[in-house]
Design a protein around this ligand. Structure first.
Ligand SMILES: C[S@@+](CC[C@H](N)C(=O)[O-])C[C@H]1O[C@@H](n2cnc3c(N)ncnc32)[C@H](O)[C@@H]1O
Length: 298
């Protein structure tokens, strides 16, 4: 369903030991959590946070609760409150694995992939009584936001060179009919490049889809919100590990670690980010863009 990325390296750097407690802020299907649980037996605990309740339902049946796993359906942006509520402590390590799981692309039906014709949704999670998240869909952004705002997110979150052309064409098309599906959007993006433009290795819709996903799920804001909370709740000598999948996320983590290192609150363990080995990339091509940074609380 989902192969955990950089698993060996995460275990090596987080170094979980018997009876320690960890927080997995992006539980997903529990790949990393499961491996950590093995190491912290018999009395350690993993608090797994996942805002997509569908995933928790699938995984809950498989992972044994008696192993010391606490699952919470919430956003990691509320980390401090969640920990208070669950009365978990002391916390020896925190993990954030920020990528998209293969399930999102293959099975969610929410329009995460430009290679499948699906409704434009892109929300990881929908609002529920337990999980308060913004409920904005990609469809709403594409059909309701102004041209300038569209161009801004394509540029800022996707680093898309032709952001303005794409935004203009979206606004033009939606005057005739609403843009409901991924393939409608892909078609508009395709037509927004100059005729002479030579497409690179990445699919031409990659950047716009990334930008939309970031905007729909407030991904960068959530990351900025969780890092200081993680530092606050960690024990002295506790470790924080973050796996980022694009430069915007990685830049936020790098900047935060550097600032904290300057004020001696964190010590950086990875001078350069750790990347997947050739073998891992062969087995799981998605790991190619993963960058792991780890720091220890001083
Ligand atoms: C790459 S997957 C994690 C995979 C997991 N490490 C595993 O091995 O199965 C990232 C997960 O984080 C979740 N997620 C993203 N942002 C979140 C947030 N703000 N709060 C809680 N979960 C979040 C997504 O729904 C997704 O399931």
């Amino acid at each position: 369903m989902h192969i955990p990325v950089l698993l060996k390296e995460v275990l090596e750097f987080l170094n979980p030991k018997p009876n320690e407690n960890f927080v997995d802020c992006t539980f997903g299907f529990g790949g990393h959590s499961e491996a950590i649980l093995e190491k912290i037996k018999p009395h350690g605990k993993v608090l797994g946070i996942e805002w997509d309740n569908e995933k928790l339902k699938i995984k809950n049946e498989k992972l044994k609760i008696e192993q010391g796993l606490i699952l919470v359906n919430d956003s990691y942006a509320n980390l401090k409150d969640i920990i208070k509520r669950e009365k978990l402590g002391p916390i020896n390590g925190i993990l954030l694995d920020l990528g998209l799981s293969s399930w999102e692309i293959e099975n969610s039906g929410k329009g995460f992939s430009f290679q499948k014709d699906e409704p434009l949704d892109m929300r990881y999670a929908v609002q529920s009584s337990k999980c308060k998240v913004k409920s904005l869909t990609a469809r709403e952004i594409i059909n309701e936001w102004g041209e300038e705002d569209l161009a801004r997110i394509f540029q800022e979150y996707g680093q898309e060179r032709f952001a303005k052309n794409i935004a203009r064409n979206i606004v033009e098309v939606r005057l005739q009919q609403p843009i409901e599906t991924t393939f409608q959007l892909v078609d508009i993006i395709r037509k927004s490049f100059p005729r002479s433009y030579k497409f690179g290795k990445a699919h031409f819709a990659t950047r716009v889809f990334q930008a939309l996903r970031i905007a729909v799920n407030s991904e960068l804001d959530n990351l900025k919100a969780v890092l200081p909370q993680a530092l606050e709740v960690l024990e002295k000598n506790g470790r924080i590990a973050v796996i980022a999948f694009h430069s915007l996320e990685d830049a936020i983590v790098k900047k935060f670690f550097k600032e904290q290192a300057k004020s001696n609150t964190l010590q950086i363990l990875t001078k350069k980010p750790i990347m997947a080995s050739r073998e891992e990339i062969k087995q799981n091509p998605k790991s190619r863009s993963a960058k792991l940074r780890v720091a220890i609380k001083s």
